[in-house]
Design a binder for this molecule. Sequence first.
Ligand code: PLP
Length: 325
Amino acid sequence: MSNLYEIPEQTRLADMLVELTFADTVFFTNSGAEALECAIKMARKYHAAKGAPERYELITMEGAFHGRTLATIAAGGQKKYLEGFGPAMPGFPQVPFGDLKALEAAIGPATAGILIEPVQGEGGIRIISNEDLRHIRALCDEKGILLVLDEVQTGVGRTGKLFAHEHAGITPDIMAIAKALGGGFPVGACLAGADAAAGMTAGTHGSTFGGNPLAMAVANAVMDLALDEAFLPHVRMLGLKLRQKLAMLADRFPRIVEEIRGEGLMLGIRCRIPNTDLVAALRDEKMLTVGAGDNVVRLLPPLNITDEEIAEAVARLERAAARLE
Ligand code: PLP
């Protein structure tokens, strides 16, 4: 049954997300990219409904990753994902990462909003500082444009807060989430305040499977666990422990590790050797990691990881680093 009809589990989850966040409305999807598609359409429609259809551009930052659909590869702006798929969809001017002057200068009569990840995942665990995020929020307010956050990778506890923007004490107008919301099951959501969502009246967007009963049952179960009062402190505590151990690793292997970065259990090892070499050496240790931009290896352990598992992971990292050295 499509979400044309009321699905009680969907209402429960939407109510919960509205209660927990800045949002007044939620649209459920099957993936992160679809949540972004909804966010992009919503930002454009917001201005169109207010009589300014010429405002359709979302400014993004270099190194961004927002998914693999035609709109989201255009938004990400990365050549390797755009190549061979024809002309990139227009409407996504890009500025260098963290360059707020360039960001402000890029705002013009066609700007609908700013689309950013609070911590770039694919881009190499690059954090937009709390101060910069507050500045960007103020800029959006001043210019009458929307702040759209991609929390697909950072959301639902990954950085030690339920959502990463909470660290900065700001709220977006629109936010895309997915990944952890399903704890491994495909589900995503686009959250928005009532004003930002005003253009999205019934029939403007839709999805057969978005918000289906099974996905909603899973996401409700995940959220019930994430809201346990011990959950986020666990992520913060174990994130600190892992980070501390990684810092020691960096001290021990300065020719391999340049820097440890990240927040909560979203951590990155910036390498002095090609990051692919460390990923491969860790794979030989039967430990799965993933490379990212800026020569970084990403560590994104399950949020319920234990002390013992962290000790085990660090032992494997040490063995891999020693071998590489
Ligand atoms: N946005 C960010 C920040 C992501 O990290 C990802 C996936 O890696 C996506 C969007 C796309 O999500 P999905 O792969 O579920 O379409």
